[in-house]
Design a protein around this ligand. Structure first.
Ligand SMILES: Cc1ncc(COP(=O)(O)O)c(C=O)c1O
Length: 399
């Protein structure tokens, strides 16, 4: 039978990226003591009141069809949040509620890019971006960001990558995997390039609430000069430990949401009413859990950085936000992939190779912060021991 070309474009995309993680799972199943710092999923519990709310709403019969854009009170709650953040009027018709940032990003990209277009992505980038862009038929153009710039995108690098085909810049701050957080000034400068070339900015802000004390969150949506060309995609996955609820949204100019809605409807025709109620509840109440999670990740990042400071050949600096440390292992002479594989085999710690996040991730490994302090301490000890052994081996060879 014949299949559409999208199946070929996406075939096999992404499976190699997870090879170390899958190998770690196989070892775990074989009874080995593997420590996982490979996945970025909050280990904390969803706030109890949100769990109670979702159960109550199911019991109340909020289990029937909804509408395609999200119910009015929920869209108002999302809009109010962005109005408070930006200091501008934001209306519910600027919002579409979708199952997570992932689907919001996918629908957004389908609304903005297609075959013949180019989408610029700062590299390293989140593992699903290439699949989403390939699905639309557009070409992904990676713009390298560098360790010496703390992986921040520069306006010059962006400008150099723009062609007549460029339509969209996809930003992700705080970044997965690098932990880079763009400042308001950097976003203004990058945005000025986008304005000159009439580009959309799609801003993946799923880690918005996880900003550490060395940074401040900023968004192109909050910059009045960029709002007309910005679509934010985000969710409650990381802020409220609600990954499995699949509660996210896209928010942009009203004309954008109006044009994207039929696509969202074609795919889903609406999210579960009880999830929408839980999301409304989460967005309209304050939970200490949100700040507690931020503190957890910052404390854990300091723990790892502190422990790895003593280790030879590996450089781990404090991220500015998010759920990861992106450690530089180039001095070991190993690629990120070789380092991660050998670390798994020799010390039974699972990390993600930097190469999984694009060419500029080469020679790095991503260390997840979503594990207990005790596990993180134990894993950092094993990473340091591995680095020390590598250093010894080098000295022996050099001697
Ligand atoms: C950068 C980035 N964007 C999007 C997502 C997907 O988030 P959601 O659970 O809201 O779909 C993730 C998940 O890890 C992520 O790291």
């Amino acid at each position: 039978m014949r299949y559409a070309s999208i199946t070929r474009r996406l075939e096999g995309l992404g499976t190699d990226k997870w090879s170390v993680h899958y190998a770690a799972h196989a070892m775990l199943e074989a009874g080995e003591d593997v420590l996982f710092l490979s996945i970025g999923e909050p280990d904390q519990a969803t706030p109890k009141a949100v769990v109670d709310e979702v159960i109550a709403r199911i019991r109340a019969g909020r289990t029937r069809y909804s509408n395609g854009a999200g119910e009015d009170n929920l869209r108002s709650a999302v809009a109010a949040r962005y109005a408070a953040r930006s200091g501008r009027e934001v209306t519910p018709d600027q919002v579409i509620f979708l199952p997570g940032t992932q689907s919001a990003l996918c629908a957004t990209m389908f609304a903005l890019a297609e075959t013949g277009d180019e989408v610029i992505v700062p590299d390293p980038f989140y593992v699903t971006y290439d699949g989403i862009i390939a699905a639309t038929g557009a070409r992904q153009i990676d713009v390298a960001t560098r360790p010496r710039d703390r992986f921040h995108l520069t306006p010059d690098a962006l400008e150099a990558a723009i062609t007549d085909h460029t339509r969209v810049l996809l930003l992700n701050s705080p970044s997965n995997p690098t932990g880079a957080v763009l400042s308001a000034a950097e976003i203004a400068a990058i945005g000025e390039v986008c304005r000159r070339h009439d580009l959309w900015i799609v801003s993946d802000e799923v880690y918005e609430t996880l900003i550490f004390s060395n940074a401040r969150f900023a968004s192109p949506f909050d910059n009045p000069d960029l709002a007309e060309r910005t679509v934010v995609v985000s969710s409650l996955s990381k802020s409220h430990a609600m990954t499995g609820y699949r509660a996210g949204w896209a928010i942009g100019p009203a004309d954008f949401t109006h044009r994207m809605l039929p696509f969202a409807e074609a795919m889903l025709f609406g999210c579960q009413p009880f999830i929408q109620d839980a999301a409304t509840f989460a967005l309209t109440n304050d939970f200490d859990d949100v700040e507690a999670m931020r503190c957890d990740y910052e404390r854990r990042a300091r723990l790892i950085v502190g422990q790895l400071e003593q280790a030879p050949l590996i450089k781990a600096s404090m991220p500015e936000g998010g759920m990861f440390i992106f450690a530089d292992v180039r001095q070991t002479g190993l690629s990120g992939e070789q380092f991660a594989l050998r670390l798994l085999q020799e010390e039974k710690v699972a990390l993600m190779p930097g190469e999984s996040f694009g060419p500029s991730g080469a020679g790095h490994v991503r260390i997840s912060l979503s594990a207990s302090d005790a596990l993180i301490t134990k894993a950092s000890g094993r990473i340091a021991a591995f680095a020390a052994r590598l250093a010894q081996g080098r000295t022996a060879i050099g001697a």
